[in-house]
Write a protein that binds this ligand. Structure first.
Ligand code: NAI
Length: 385
C-alpha cells in the first residue's frame, strides 16, 4: 500500500489524513506551523475517542488510525510517497512554490494532488516540470463524513494519472466524480443560486431569512435552508467563494455576489462561529417568526430550484461533467434531496424554460437567461434521463 503525504494540517488536511489512514495507508502530515499539527492530532484523537464511545469504530481501529499518521517536521519527509495531497492556504503563489519544491523531493511516479476549491489546477500544475502528474482532488468538509470527492484533471494531466487517482480515492470508499478544470468545478458552481437567489429574494423584500429557510427545508426538502447553511459555512468564507467564482467567470451576472452577504461579512456577522450571522446564536436570543404561507413558500422554492436546475443544465451543456456526475455531486457533496437533472425531468423541461423566461422577461437581467440546453431539450421534447 502506498504511503500518502498530506500537506497542511488545517480542517481539510487532518480530515484527509484520517480518511487515508482509515483506508490503511501510512500517512505523513506536514504543516509549516508545528503547533497546527499538534493541535490537529489532538483534535483527531478526541474525534476518534468519541467515535469509539458511540460504537462507530473499534478501539483497535482508532489506535491504528493514530499510529499510521506521522507528523513531519520538514517537506523532505514526503519522500517515498505514492501520492501527496496538498491542503494548505488557498493562495496560488504559495501553492505553486510548494508544488515546485515537492517535485524535487518526490519520485517521478508520485501523484501530486491539490485540494484547492477555487484555483485553477492548470495554474498549479504549471509550477512543475512534469505537470502531467498534477491533479485536483477536492474533498468536502468534513472530509471523513462527506462521501464526495471531485477529481479534476488539468489540461496537462495524463489519462493514466487521472485513472490511478480516481481508483485510489474510490478505494477509500469515497464517491468520485470527474469535473473539468473550470471555476467552482461542479458543486461550487452549481450551488451558487442556492445562496444567490435566496439572498435576492430577501433583498427584494419577498420574504425574510427564516421564511426562506423554512420553505427550502420544509417544502423543498433541503437539509438546511440557505441562510442557516451560510451561517454554518461562515459568511466570510461563503462570500469570498462567491466573489472568486464571479471574477473567475469574467463577471458573468449569474454569479454576482450580494450586498447583504457582503455587509454581514464586513460586520463580522459570520454566522455560528462568531455567534451572530443572519441569525443570533446567543443564549436566549429570540427566534425569528416564520411566515408559513404555503403559496409564498412555493414561490420561493420554485424560483431557487429553477435557477439551480438552469445552472446544472448549463454545466452539462458546457461539458463540465456528465449528467450522472452532476447529480451525484449535489446529492453526495452538499446533501441535496435529489439530483437537479432528475428533478428537472420530474418537473418537466418546458415548465423550467417557461419559469426562467418569465423571470428574464420581468427583470431583463442576464442572470435569468435560460441555458441553451434546456431550450433545445424543450423544443425536442427530450429529457435528461
Ligand atoms: P486551514 O486554514 O484550516 O488550514 C491550512 C493549513 O495550511 C494551516 O494549518 C497552515 O498553517 C498550513 N499552511 C499554510 N501554508 C503552508 C505551507 N506553505 N506549507 C505547509 N503548510 C502550510 O484551511 P482549510 O480550510 O483546511 O483549507 C485548505 C485547502 O482546502 C484550501 O485550498 C481550501 O480552499 C481547500 N478546501 C477547503 C474546504 C473547507 O470547507 N474548509 C473544502 C474543500 C477544500
Amino acid at each position: 500500500m502506498i504511503k500518502v503525504g498530506v500537506i497542511g494540517s488545517g480542517s481539510m488536511g487532518i480530515g484527509i489524513a484520517q480518511v487515508a489512514a482509515n483506508a490503511g495507508h501510512e500517512v505523513v502530515l506536514f504543516d509549516t506551523n508545528q503547533q497546527a499539527v499538534e493541535k490537529a492530532m489532538n483534535k483527531l484523537q478526541k474525534i476518534l475517542v468519541r467515535l469509539v464511545e458511540k460504537g462507530k469504530i473499534e478501539e483497535s481501529t482508532s489506535v491504528e488510525i493514530l499510529e499510521r499518521i506521522s507528523p513531519a517536521s520538514s517537506l523532505i519527509e514526503m519522500q517515498g510517497s505514492g501520492i501527496v495531497i496538498e491542503a494548505i492556504v488557498e493562495n496560488l503563489a504559495i501553492k505553486k512554490s510548494v508544488f515546485s519544491e515537492l517535485e524535487e523531493i518526490c519520485g517521478d511516479d508520485c501523484i501530486l494532488a491539490t485540494n484547492t476549491s477555487s484555483l485553477s489546477v492548470a495554474a498549479i500544475a504549471a509550477a512543475c516540470k512534469k505537470s502531467s502528474r498534477v491533479i485536483g482532488v477536492h474533498f468536502f468538509n468534513p472530509a471523513p463524513l462527506m462521501p464526495l470527492v471531485e477529481i479534476i484533471p488539468a489540461i496537462q494531466t495524463s489519462d493514466a494519472i487521472e485513472n490511478e487517482t480516481r481508483s485510489l480515492i474510490d478505494s477509500w470508499r469515497k464517491v468520485t466524480v470527474l469535473a473539468k478544470d473550470t471555476p467552482g468545478f461542479i458543486v461550487n458552481r452549481v450551488a451558487r443560486p442556492f445562496y444567490g437567489e435566496a439572498l435576492r429574494i430577501y433583498e427584494e423584500g419577498i420574504a425574510d431569512f427564516a421564511t426562506i429557510d423554512w420553505a427550502m427545508k420544509e417544502i423543498a426538502g433541503f437539509r438546511m435552508g440557505p441562510f442557516t447553511l451560510m451561517d454554518f459555512i461562515g459568511n466570510d468564507i461563503n462570500y469570498t467563494v462567491t466573489e472568486t467564482v464571479f471574477a473567475a467567470f469574467y463577471y458573468d451576472q449569474r454569479y454576482k455576489p450580494s450586498f447583504t452577504q457582503k455587509r454581514h461579512s464586513e460586520a463580522g456577522w459570520y454566522g455560528r462561529k462568531s455567534g451572530r450571522g443572519y441569525y443570533d446564536y446567543a443564549d436566549g436570543a429570540e427566534s425569528l417568526i416564520v411566515n408559513k404561507n404555503k403559496e409564498l413558500g412555493d414561490q420561493i422554492v420554485w424560483r431557487v430550484l429553477v435557477m439551480l436546475i438552469n445552472e446544472a443544465a448549463d454545466a452539462l451543456f458546457l461539458n463540465v461533467a456528465s449528467r450522472e456526475d452532476i447529480d451525484l455531486a449535489m446529492t453526495k457533496g452538499v446533501n441535496y434531496p435529489k439530483g437537479l437533472l432528475v428533478w428537472a425531468d420530474e418537473i418537466g423541461i418546458q415548465k423550467c424554460v417557461d419559469a426562467l423566461d418569465d423571470l428574464y422577461n420581468e427583470y431583463l437581467e442576464d442572470r435569468y437567461r435560460c441555458s441553451p440546453m434546456l431550450r433545445r431539450m424543450a423544443a425536442a421534447g427530450s429529457t435528461f434521463y
